[in-house]
Ligand binder design. Structure first.
Ligand code: PLP
Length: 220
């Protein structure tokens, strides 16, 4: 399948899922995940109108951001403290804010660099199940405190990678979003759903699906 054919097939899946959920497909952002994909394919996608790409690794994302300064790269992978500065320099948004120390570090560096970087809190409501990073429900207040409503790191929403095959996990995240929106008095978006489970994520109200293999094909 060509890139154009895969994108068309994806649009079909998104349209059907939105139809079933009574949602507007235009309200669901399709974020291509370009980790381990060559720049040439990213360029081809950009030709089709995609200007934002998810990347998992700071080093790989930095190289791509330098080679394609006209595109926006968003960080989807775990962020170590010692890579926080590079991440703020290369990525437009950070979706994996998951602990107070990282929030403090990012605030300090964003002030120093004088940049504004929208952030998403990655939540892990399944504890031991995934081990892919993420803030537990009970630890959210401390993380929000550390973030302190800093205008340099505007909070966009919640990002989650639920355990595969557990569709009810998406509704758990959606319920947390509702609760936090009320507590904070802020609109929050939901980033959840990947190639294998975008339908369940859209049904639960996801605003952004992050699609790697179904968009670009198998990774190298
Ligand atoms: C790799 C990755 C994706 C995309 O995964 P696919 O299954 O290839 O669609 C989405 N989100 C995160 C955080 C990822 O690491």
């Amino acid at each position: 399948m060509s890139l154009a054919e895969r994108i068309e097939a994806l649009r079909g899946r998104i349209a059907r899922a939105c139809d079933l959920a009574g949602r507007d497909p235009a309200a669901v952002e399709l974020l291509p995940v370009s980790k381990k994909q060559p720049l040439a394919l990213i360029r081809e996608a950009a030709g089709g109108g995609f200007l934002r790409f998810g990347e998992n690794y700071v080093q790989e994302g930095t190289a791509k951001a330098e080679a394609a300064p006209d595109l926006d790269f968003l960080l989807l992978g775990p962020l170590q403290r010692n890579k926080a500065k590079a991440a703020l320099q290369s990525f437009r948004e950070i979706l994996t804010l998951d602990r107070p120390e990282l929030a403090e570090r990012l605030r300090h560096l964003a002030g120093e660099l004088e940049v504004i970087r929208p952030v998403w809190i990655q939540v892990d409501l399944w504890a031991e199940a995934t081990k892919l990073g993420g803030c537990a429900d009970a630890d959210l207040p401390a993380l929000l405190d550390a973030l302190g409503g800093d205008p340099r790191l505007p909070l966009q929403g919640l990002m989650a990678i639920p355990p595969p095959g557990d569709a009810s996990a998406f509704t758990t995240v959606a319920a947390l979003r509702q609760r936090l929106q009320q507590d904070l008095g802020l609109p929050l978006r939901l980033s959840m759903g990947m190639s294998g489970d975008l339908e369940a994520a859209i049904a639960a109200g996801s605003d952004q699906i992050r699609i790697g293999t179904a968009f670009f094909g198998e990774r190298a």
